[in-house]
Design a protein around this ligand. Structure first.
Ligand code: PEP
Ligand code: MG
Length: 886
């Protein structure tokens, strides 16, 4: 026969799947000899059987009765005994903690007759009647769904008439009668007097609460599977509401907010746990407990030290003191803020409780990312004006602007406010300190772009009525005009009127070299853990940087080179005119002249970047985007030409440009003339860029530098494209004296390149996986289009769990990545393989790349520390997996 019920003395913390987190930890504390009230756990498989069949599994309650008898014998009290009644607490507890989602029922076993027994053994009639009314209330609410207010109303009425010492025993007895009436009216039958029936119904109610709407919602949000079921913990009651020498509390072995050592917690004298939750009276700190009941305080802190040593981590506990006797009701490895996670991991390693390897597994790249954003001074925030989606973390304050032009023209910080953003808003988004939209969620254009740039963003603050035409923003009755100051919190989604002071992140200041590691506990912990990550990781970390300033910043943040220098950004601004000349050039001489003008500018760019990364590799990608991106947009040009013609003026150069734009217009530019194709059909373009690289390197050598450029060809789909470009590159390089040898490699960013990685590796000294394009071309939707329209719905409906542009799709794109690595290296064993798509800075993806055997990841400069940490974690995880396999 299947067994469903386990005494606390039988389990241990390794059995959380069966006993739930709470049950497993109660068993663990019992094993450690800590003062846990006797009890047992009904395993999760009973709940699963109940949910599957809609009825309690056969034999379950017989088993419950057997265990109950044992508790009765140990405590010499019996459930339902009118002289020595045993009372029980019934609590839910699944594999994962679901705070407040499911139910607890206390004081099971009380009825019209046992209440007098409780009054007798406690010597406190008032306490006995108060316990009875609590049972009717909790039972009514949990088992039968009677709204809490129905009972609260009566309790409040009684409290209002009671004297200063609260209701008398007689009054509480009257309240119990009232509660019983409320119960019967609502439920249709009397409150069950049989204690065993109360227990069975309570267990069943806990099973049912697994599927309560709020629990289902919570699981969906936290990605907890729906089919785990909950365990039920049944425990002998202990009472914190038996006078001033009793009480209840919660405590942490370290401060879960900052990680500071020392015991933290709250205590409420003469109360039960539900009173703490209900906030009936204010709790006091644990220091006060030290004063009120020094013996219990000493015992508690001793137990917490034991628990922390045993679990080798921050633990939180719930405890009750019953007339000077301490009982432990719960413990678990406690939740903590990102700052506390770093501080505690480093402290535990320093104390020798865990190794530095293990400390690294206790912190994540995502937590480090959160620590790098500035935050509002928490003391200074007031009521928010509106609340939207916290789309890109950080805190920003500035004057309101409603368009890109105003954002770029402003001096001083601005917040760009739009109904929603589009690619046209990009310059404004770059210029603004923060972005606020009234529409769109976490995958809207604004959110995605802002996260990519590390810009604070709040999206979808729907209460805002954005009226860009009138330059105002209306919310509730208030109107905010352009130039007014607002503050936005990209973590919480809150929007405030006025300037809330922003505290820069000490971690970012440390990473930028402005703070010494030992200046602050958190910074010291981050420094120590990052150094350990660097020591153990095998995956290199480079940065995507197109300017010397970015390269220098990346280097300071720990980048070991530039993994992607996008040359297209060097053709914007004033140089756009030179590209126009190239596009409009009529005949080889004009082409050559246009290229000759670009050459020195391009060379100077490379000199500065190579200098900033002296001694480290700099992968320079030849021009990638379609050329028309360097020309004015078609609608704008058409309008200009039409206007000139309507006025009888000569549109001049605009007419020529318009013709070129029309000629070059493509239906799907991203799948059109770009990347290597451009190099093959625009004569001399790649040769000019390669010459600029080689001459820049020669120049750096002459200056005594150690330049390490690499040339990268974009969007290759066939080895013959690469072979053709290589031949041209070789000719150019051979003609530049004084340049070091320059490796030539390719992006692998199309499925075909990955599928034919073997032959391509024959022509490439390195691969760089362009997972942005590889994701677009594998999924057959572009990032902008997907995130701008249907991807949000896909996320809501659970079709995808995260955007494949944020976290690498291991099952699909990941297979192509592995194929490229394996077949590329089979053809050329010394092939270096890196990744330079956005995924290179996403902690989860970095762990995937480490597992796939890549040599390095390359990401935005500010994500370099995050990638370093994630790479260290991946190395530790791999070492653990290897040793487990052995
Ligand atoms: C890529 O496709 O992953 C890549 C890095 O190139 P880009 O984002 O410039 O297209
Ligand atoms: Mg690309």
């Amino acid at each position: 026969m299947t067994r469903y019920v386990y005494d606390f003395r039988e389990g241990d913390r390794g059995k959380a799947d069966l006993l739930g987190g709470k049950g497993a930890n109660l068993a663990e504390m019992t094993r450690l000899g800590l003062p846990v009230p006797p009890g047992f756990t009904v395993g999760t498989d009973a709940c699963r059987a109940y949910l599957a069949d809609g009825s309690v599994p056969a034999g379950l309650f017989d088993e419950v009765n057997d265990h109950l008898r044992e508790i009765e014998a140990r405590l010499d009290r019996r459930l339902g005994d009118r002289f020595e009644p045993l009372l029980l607490a019934v609590r839910s507890g699944g594999r994962y903690s679901m705070p407040g989602m499911m139910e607890t029922i206390l004081d099971i076993g009380l009825n019209d007759s046992t209440v007098t027994g409780l009054a007798r053994i406690s010597g406190d009639e008032r306490f006995a009647w108060d316990s009875y009314r609590r049972l009717i209330q909790m039972f009514g609410r949990t088992v039968h769904g009677v709204p809490a207010e129905e009972f609260d109303r009566e309790l409040d009425a009684l409290r209002a008439t009671a004297g200063a010492d609260g209701p008398t025993a007689e009054q509480l007895r009257g309240l119990v009668e009232t509660y019983k009436k409320v119960f019967a009216d609502r439920v249709g039958h009397d409150f069950p007097q049989a204690p065993h029936e109360q227990l069975y119904l309570a267990i069943r109610a806990v099973f049912e609460s697994w599927n309560a709407a709020r629990a289902v919602l919570y699981r969906r949000r936290e990605h907890i599977p729906d089919d785990l079921g909950t365990a039920v913990n049944v425990m002998a009651m202990v009472f914190g509401n038996r006078g001033p020498d009793s009480g209840t509390g919660v405590a942490f072995t370290r401060d879960p907010a900052t990680g500071a050592p020392g015991v933290y917690g709250d205590y409420l004298a003469d109360a039960q746990g539900e009173d703490v939750v209900a906030g009936v009276r204010n709790t006091v700190g644990l220091d006060d407990l030290a004063r009120i009941d020094p013996a219990s305080y000493r015992r508690l802190t001793g137990i917490m030290a034991t628990l922390e040593r045993h679990y080798r981590d921050l633990c939180d506990v719930e405890f009750t003191i019953e007339q000077g006797r301490l009982w432990m009701l719960q413990t678990r490895v406690g939740k903590r803020t990102p700052a506390a996670a770093f501080v505690i991991a480093a402290q535990l390693a320093d104390e020798g409780l865990i190794s530095w390897d293990e400390a690294l597994t206790r912190v994540t790249g995502a937590q480090l990312a959160q620590l790098m954003f500035p935050a509002f001074d928490s003391d200074a925030v007031g009521e928010p004006l509106a609340v939207g989606v916290g789309a890109s973390p950080g805190a920003a304050a500035g004057r309101v602007v409603f368009d890109s032009a105003a954002a770029t023209a402003a001096d001083g910080p601005v917040i760009l406010v739009r109904r929603e953003t589009s690619p046209d808003d990009l310059p404004g988004m770059i210029a603004a300190a923060g972005i606020l939209t009234a529409r769109g969620g976490k995958t809207s254009h604004a959110a995605v772009v802002a996260r990519g740039m590390g810009r604070t963003c709040v999206c979808g603050a729907e209460a805002l009525e954005v009226d860009a035409e009138r330059g105002e923003l209306r919310v509730g009755g208030a109107t905010v005009r352009a130039g007014d100051v607002i503050s936005i919190d990209g973590t919480t989604g809150r929007v405030y009127l006025g300037e809330v002071p922003v505290r820069p992140s000490p971690v970012t200041r440390y990473l930028a070299g402005e703070l010494a590691p030992e200046s602050d506990r958190l910074v010291a912990a981050v420094d120590r853990l990052l150094r350990h990550a660097d020591a153990v990781r095998r995956l290199g970390v480079r940065a995507n940087a197109d300017t010397a300033a970015d390269a220098a910043r990346a280097r300071a943040l720990g980048a070991a080179g530039v993994g992607l220098c996008r040359t297209e950004h060097m053709f914007l601004g004033a140089r756009r005119a030179l590209v126009e000349r190239l596009i409009l050039a009529d005949g080889p001489d004009e082409v050559a002249a246009a290229l000759a003008e670009l050459l020195p500018l391009q060379r100077e760019d490379f000199v500065t970047i190579l200098a900033a990364m002296d001694g480290l590799p700099v992968t320079i990608r030849l021009l990638d985007p379609p050329l028309h991106e360097f020309l004015p947009p078609l609608p704008e040009l058409s309008a200009r030409v039409a206007r000139a013609e309507a006025l009888g003026q000569d549109p001049g150069r605009d007419a020529v440009l318009l013709a070129a734009v029309r000629r070059m217009q493509e239906s799907n530019p991203m799948l059109g003339l770009r990347g290597v194709r451009l190099g093959l059909v625009v004569p001399g373009l790649f040769a000019m860029q390669v010459r600029a690289v080689a001459e820049a390197a020669a120049c750096r050598v002459a200056e005594g530098g150690d330049p390490r450029p690499e040339i990268m060809v974009p969007l290759v789909v066939d080895v013959r494209e690469l072979a053709a470009v290589r031949a041209e590159v070789a000719t150019v390089l051979a003609g530049v004296p004084g340049a070091p040898s320059i490796p030539v490699g390719t992006m692998v960013e199309t499925p075909r390149a990955a599928l034919t990685a073997g032959p391509i590796a024959g022509q490439a000294e390195f691969f760089s996986l362009g997972t942005n394009d590889l994701t677009q071309t594998t999924w057959a939707f572009s990032r902008d289009d997907g995130e701008g329209s249907f991807l949000g719905e896909y996320l809501d409906r659970g079709i995808v769990e995260t955007s494949p542009f944020e976290t690498l799709d291991a099952a699909g794109v990941g297979r192509l990545v592995r194929l490229a690595v394996t077949e590329g290296r089979a053809a050329r064993p010394e092939l270096t393989v890196g990744v330079c798509g956005e995924h290179g800075g996403d902690p989860e993806s970095v762990e995937f790349f480490a597992g796939a055997g890549l040599d390095y990841v390359s990401c935005s400069p500010y994500r370099v520390p995050i990638a370093r940490l994630a790479a260290g974690r991946a190395a530790v995880a791999r070492a653990c997996a290897d040793s487990d396999a052995r």
